[in-house]
Write a new protein. Structure first.
Ligand code: UN1
Length: 500
């Protein structure tokens, strides 16, 4: 429909000002539930924009690193309060640009609030260690030091939470930030940066450049003045970023794919397990790194569990996430929908049994969006591609298992290791599983999603590169240790030599 009102143009935020891109180009951000709705125009940044943002962050770092951490914390506390005040508006905007249902976008903003309060609290801790020296009249301690301008490349599935996971620990530690949010969801990052600015973050400390990976993300990860890069996204892109960081030995934190599993033992509370599988598999339309895209079910309860799961999945209401009765929103974009559709074909060709779904939802209320039916495949073998590869959509593969040992083998038999879960009432089995599942996160009697901000988040194998986000682990990533020895003996004392 023609309109006389020009769409709102969102600019980059560099050195405390909203500025045009040097490229002069912009792109459209549209609602994935209704592509007629234009959220706004966002600038397509290029390497010159990235250079300007990095210059600003590098200059601002000189003074920000010297601001006492409790003072930096006061700004974060104010930012958290502004997020609380604007939670509802930001959640609605997030549903419009990302598609997930309002209850979940409220959760996403809440996760940013939690992280901001949590890291603000760290402003009066940032603990190091004091420890005795092996020599007399000598003092020893370690302190954290900030590093510099941090480049952050964030995904579209948690458009405010994940930028906050990276920005808040970086800022409280005394670093400055250049954020390149996902092309599909820049508005939520825009809101977060706006809030930080209103809360009093000095100019240049936080910068935002919107745009795509090749033109904006790549120059950021390659920039010689960016010593720290934090990325969340696909394993394929993570590998490129790791390579870009390697020549200069940049600190590089990667959060990538997952192929998470829920194990249902024969003694499980099946109602609870079905609830968990539905929420873990189809929450956020399956577009979480932590999504439960595999469910391994003991043969003794397999049929009963699958019947109940399929019944529940059939009753899920797919639609616009702003409608309170909607259970599941659209895929983020056309390409993601096509990926989901291609995996459905792969599953059928591999001989998995399609139990429900398996098709794009089209026509009527779905005509203008990227909707796919929630889909369950049964009788999957663990080596099928649909049971091995990350689909990032509403497709769950159910695998029959014989025993706990078998389930753990299946669980660990994928290239990823983010999250795993077991449903059982047997405490011995629960502990055995928490010990033997080789993932970064394990749940007992809860689905694979639901991480909290004060505990480490991340995974093993091709999910990550050994770092963790959230919690103190995030402070570890965004700081370097400095060990300080103070000798007040007034004479030369040689460690390892003079004290034997
Ligand atoms: C992600 O899937 O990319 O535990 C992050 C969870 C959320 C975070 C998910 N708190 O599912």
């Amino acid at each position: 429909m023609a309109t006389a009102v020009a769409p709102r143009m969102f600019k980059n935020f560099i050195n405390g000002e909203w500025v045009e891109s040097r490229s002069g180009k912009a792109y459209e951000n549209r609602n994935p539930a209704n592509t007629d709705e234009l959220i706004g125009l966002f600038v397509s940044s290029n390497s010159e924009d990235v250079d300007a943002a990095v210059d600003a962050a590098t200059e601002a770092y000189k003074t920000w690193r010297l601001v006492p951490a409790p003072k930096r914390a006061e700004i974060l506390f104010r930012a958290a309060e502004l997020l609380v005040q604007r939670k509802e508006d930001f959640s609605k905007d997030m549903t419009r640009e990302m598609g997930k249902v309002l209850a979940e976008t409220r959760g996403d903003v809440q996760e940013a609030i939690d992280m901001t309060y949590y890291m603000a609290g760290e402003g009066r801790r940032l603990f190091g260690q004091t420890t005795p020296s092996e020599l007399p009249n000598k003092f020893a301690m370690s302190v954290r030091q900030s590093i510099g301008a941090c480049g952050m490349i964030t995904p579209w599935n948690f458009p405010m939470a994940i930028p906050s996971w990276k920005m808040m620990p970086a800022l409280i530690s005394g670093n400055t930030v250049v954020l390149k949010p996902a092309e599909d969801t820049p508005l939520s990052s825009y809101h977060l940066v706006q809030v930080l600015t209103e809360a009093g973050v000095p100019r240049g400390v936080v910068n935002l450049v919107s745009g795509d990976g090749p033109n904006a993300g790549a120059p950021l990860s390659q920039h010689k003045d960016v010593p720290v890069v934090s990325f969340t996204g696909s394993t394929a892109v993570g590998r490129i970023i790791a390579q870009a960081c390697a020549p200069d030995f940049k600190h590089c934190s990667l959060e990538m794919g997952g192929k998470n599993i829920i194990i249902v033992m024969e003694d499980a509370n099946l109602d609870l397990a079905v609830d968990g599988a539905v929420w873990g598999g189809f929450g956020t339309t399956g577009q979480r790194c932590t999504a439960a895209s595999r469910v391994a079910v003991h043969k003794d309860v397999y049929k009963e569990f699958v019947d109940r799961l399929v019944d529940r999945v059939k009753s899920l209401k797919v639609g616009d996430g702003l409608d309170a009765s909607t259970d599941m929103g659209p895929c983020i974009n056309e390409q993601q929908l096509k990926t989901v559709m291609s995996y459905v074909e792969i599953g059928k060709n591999e001989g998995a049994k399609l139990l429900t779904g398996g098709n794009r939802l089209d026509g009527g209320m779905y005509a203008k969006g990227w909707f796919h039916a929630p889909t369950v495949f049964g009788d999957c073998s663990p080596k099928m591609r649909i049971a091995q590869e990350e689909i990032f959509g509403p497709v769950v593969s159910v695998i029959p298992i014989e025993s706990l040992e078998h389930a753990v083998d299946v669980a660990n038999g994928v290239p990823y290791g983010l999250s795993a879960s077991i449903y059982t009432r047997n405490v011995n089995r629960a502990f055995q599983a928490t010990r033997d599942l080789y993932t970064g996160i394990v749940y007992v009697n809860a689905p694979t999603i639901g991480a909290e901000t004060h505990l480490p988040f991340g995974g093993t194998k091709q999910t990550g590169n050994g770092h963790r986000e959230a919690a103190i682990a995030a402070i570890d990533f965004f700081t370097e240790w400095k060990t300080i020895y103070i000798d007040y003996s007034d004479k030369l004392q040689r460690a390892q030599i003079d004290n034997v």
